[in-house]
Write a protein that binds this ligand. Structure first.
Ligand SMILES: Cc1ncc(COP(=O)(O)O)c(C=O)c1O
Length: 440
């Protein structure tokens, strides 16, 4: 029990257990391994309350979708207002203003001193698929370069672009052709030097056949890996050199989480195409491809799209999200949240040898757990224990990393310092227990 956490039953409580029983017979089994065994009844800001009346502090933020928090009153009001008028037409059948208003806002926010356009879709994977379609069409090339430890989705093409075999790819082949994986150069997992990257690329594929590089400026599922100095600038230079388009996947890192609206702005780089989703519409299914206008002007009508893409209810939610991020200064708040987290996590690193690395930008911070700081052998099982321990004590926390040995912070930027400190107290006691176990 704390000021915010309130557990009145064991987790899961009897009502959650009863629903889980019903679920197991009728819901496809891949959906049956949720982080939380407790079913949500209410979500507000950084807190969720389950059907048994237990309240948790949610550091997962709907897997990175709730930068403005659960049920932000302005988002809810916009959704309700839109539902009172119309819910769906298909924008290419009967168009509507919220799509246009959102596009105007996104082109203003996107970096780059050139004209841009916006195409809206439903999911992150769909945005990536369409970014690649655009890049292939306008360059007349088919090659796509992606990175080790990347995650781009679970459709055929994006699953191919995603690194991790289990659970995302094993048994689901054959994969999409012409996708090449290159090192994502970071300080903690060194592979090659930034200045070797271009030479290595040429050993895998003729650069003149590549349509695009698709990169997460800070990798999400890969464990919040921040690239080494000069890496993203090098990609921009190499892409220019060979006429390759630079596509950035801002699906997890965007919408203010790193202290800039798009994380790529931290490096002053203007990509050719930006993909956004997750926190963009506070949980409504919406993604955006923001591209150079001279690129999308070359595509035939109806060559990209879909029945539900850019749904008006989702557009209204997204417009409100963008207003909230600006008017409530959530990018400054992301930096303050990051400062609070780092002041505690950097100190933990001195105390708990299980912590191999602390890294991130703004509120997007991660801990990597290792069995040994020299070998950096992943402490995967203990990471799982830490996550479970937190859950049992009222904190929902997300794992990540190719070896499942990282904790990542995806908390709402509306979290208060008191809430965050209470959650971090629970996390610290779980880390301390795991650390002690490692030393037995
Ligand atoms: C960086 C990144 N790209 C793409 C995706 C895929 O998005 P979606 O699950 O909405 O298809 C995700 C989802 O976690 C992501 O984190």
């Amino acid at each position: 029990m704390g000021k915010f956490i309130s557990l009145t039953t064991a987790v899961p409580g009897p009502k959650s257990q009863a629903i889980a029983k019903r679920q197991s017979g009728v819901v496809a089994s891949p959906m049956n391994d949720a982080l939380s065994p407790a079913y949500i009844a209410e979500g507000h800001g950084a807190l969720v309350t389950d059907v048994d009346g237990n309240t948790f502090i949610d550091l997962t933020g709907g897997w990175g979708c709730m930068a403005v928090g659960h049920s932000h009153p302005r988002v809810i009001a916009a959704i309700k207002d839109q539902v009172d008028h119309y819910v769906h037409t298909d924008f290419t059948s009967v168009p509507y203003e919220p799509y246009v208003t959102l596009a105007e806002k996104l082109v203003r926010l996107a970096p780059g001193d050139f004209e841009k356009t916006v195409a809206l879709f439903n999911s992150g994977a769909e945005a990536i698929e369409n970014a690649v379609k655009i890049a292939r069409h306008v360059t007349g090339r088919s090659g796509v370069v992606v990175f080790d430890r990347a995650f781009h989705g679970r459709t055929l093409l994006t699953m191919t672009m995603t690194h991790k075999a289990k659970p995302y790819k094993a048994g689901f082949g054959p994969f999409a052709p012409d996708v090449y994986r290159m090192p994502f150069v970071t300080p903690y997992h060194p592979s090659i030097r930034v200045d070797e990257w271009e030479r290595l690329l040429g050993t895998y594929v003729d650069p003149s056949t590549i349509a695009c590089f698709v990169v997460e400026p800070i990798q999400g599922e890969g464990g919040f890996r921040v690239p080494s100095d000069g890496f993203l600038q090098m990609l921009r230079e190499v892409s220019h050199k060979y006429g390759i388009l630079l596509v950035v996947d801002e699906i997890q890192a965007g919408v203010g989480r790193t202290g800039k609206f798009f994380s790529i702005e931290n490096w002053n780089i203007a990509p050719d195409i930006i993909c956004s989703a997750k926190s963009l519409a506070a949980g409504m299914p919406l993604s955006a491809v923001i591209a150079r206008k001279d690129l999308t002007d070359r595509l035939p009508g109806s060559s990209i799209g879909g029945t539900y893409v850019g749904n008006p209810v989702a557009c209204r939610a997204a417009i409100e999200v963008l207003n909230i991020v600006e008017e409530e200064h959530l990018m400054d708040r992301a930096l303050a949240i990051g400062g609070l987290i780092r002041s505690r996590w950097d100190a933990w690193k001195e105390t708990y040898p299980i912590i191999g690395d602390v890294r991130g930008m703004g509120a997007m911070q991660a801990l990597e757990f290792v069995k040994d700081r020299t070998t950096r052998e992943p402490a995967t099982v203990l990471n799982g224990q830490i996550i479970k321990d937190c859950l049992q004590h009222g904190v929902l926390v997300a794992g990540s990393g190719i070896y499942g040995n990282c904790i990542r912070m995806l908390v709402s930027l509306e979290v208060t310092d008191d809430q965050l400190n209470e959650a971090l107290d629970v996390l610290e006691s779980a880390v301390a227990k795991a650390d002690a176990e490692l030393r037995v």
